[in-house]
Write a protein that binds this ligand. Structure first.
Ligand SMILES: [Zn+2]
Length: 73
């Protein structure tokens, strides 16, 4: 039998308000693989998706937004 001792430390996580969020769009058409790359605004990622849709006829995209957080404690 293995015995373990755990130490619990109170931690807090907060959004890093000083960091800019990054947006991205990804084409979901089978075998395509197109992605916008990181963009500073949702509109910039959307414009890339619209251009890709116009050029290829692909119509479904996954969109992400990435933010940062800091843990203290
Ligand atoms: Zn595509």
């Amino acid at each position: 039998m293995t015995r373990s001792v755990f130490r619990f430390v109170p931690l807090t996580i907060r959004t890093d308000e000083a960091s800019e969020a990054l947006w991205a769009a990804f084409c979901e058409a089978s075998g395509c693989g197109w992605e916008s790359g990181p963009a500073a605004t949702a509109e910039a990622a959307d414009m890339g998706a619209l251009r890709h849709a116009g050029a290829t006829g692909h119509r479904r995209f996954r969109r992400t937004v990435t933010g940062w957080a800091d843990v203290t404690g």
